[in-house]
Design a protein around this ligand. Structure first.
Ligand SMILES: [Zn+2]
Length: 250
């Protein structure tokens, strides 16, 4: 076992020794096409039985996407159209501060209705904004627009992003977006996982926010999928729990 996997095993042992159950959840972003990459993701979810929160782009979603999802797959709303509306020098965002909230809310409502029609009861009223960014003024209005929860990236500061709006984030992105745009590699992925787990255990991060694995099925090469499968096995063998999105966001 190399150093990264050993560090994960040791951290999970510390949770067990403290009488605690390490918790995880799995979010996959950018679902839209019912293509071979999606089929691979769905097959892994089915084979592993792992609960999966699939963040779907409503405006781009093909109806066939929802046809063969295993029962434990929940659907989150990945924005509305995933178009970048930020200024030329700003970080990408579908929901930048320069867009009036009413306009964003109207787009979100239309997208949410389409997703509900396509995904049925699997669709949760949870917004995972593209690029994990959303203007604070809009966050404050999401609960009033019917959203129950928000999912961004990085350790949350509080259980609620705004009154009535739970927040559960992802913490370990398997893609090196700023560099190779490929798998970050086992060492970096495991380092981020162990760091979040250790921060939770020590009280430096919210202990009850499960550690979120973030995949992007459209761009993963075999090494990334092999990592995910090994992570599922290693965590399960160590007594950790992977939480279901419906439970997580209730
Ligand atoms: Zn995205």
């Amino acid at each position: 076992m190399n150093a990264g996997w050993r560090a994960l095993a040791e951290e999970l042992a510390r949770w067990r020794d403290a009488g605690r159950t390490a918790s995880f959840w799995w979010r996959d972003d950018d679902a839209a096409a019912a293509d071979a990459a999606l089929a691979r993701l769905v097959s892994l979810a089915a084979r592993s039985g792992m609960p999966l929160a699939l963040a779907v782009i409503p405006a781009r979603a093909e109806p066939a996407l929802f046809a063969r999802l295993p029962p434990q797959v929940a659907v989150l709303q990945h924005g509305a159209d995933h178009e970048n509306r930020a200024g030329a020098n700003d970080k990408k965002s579908e929901f930048p501060a320069n867009e009036p909230p009413q306009s964003a809310l109207a787009r979100l409502a239309e997208a949410r209705a389409r997703l509900a029609r396509l995904a049925g009861a699997r669709a949760l009223a949870v917004l995972a904004p593209p690029w994990n960014r959303i203007a604070p003024a809009l966050v404050a209005r999401l609960a009033g627009a019917g959203f129950r929860a928000l999912s961004r990236y990085g350790a949350r500061r509080a259980p609620f992003a705004a009154p009535g709006l739970r927040e559960v984030n992802a913490h370990v992105d398997l893609v090196d977006w700023r560099g190779s745009r490929r798998f970050v590699g086992e060492a970096r992925a495991l380092g981020a996982l162990v760091a979040h787990l250790a921060a939770r255990r020590a009280g430096a991060a919210q202990a009850d926010e499960p550690t979120g694995l973030l995949t992007h099925h459209a761009v993963h090469e075999p090494a990334a999928w092999a990592f995910v499968e090994r992570l599922f096995d290693a965590t399960r063998e160590a007594g950790a729990r992977w939480l279901d999105a419906a439970e997580l966001f209730s």
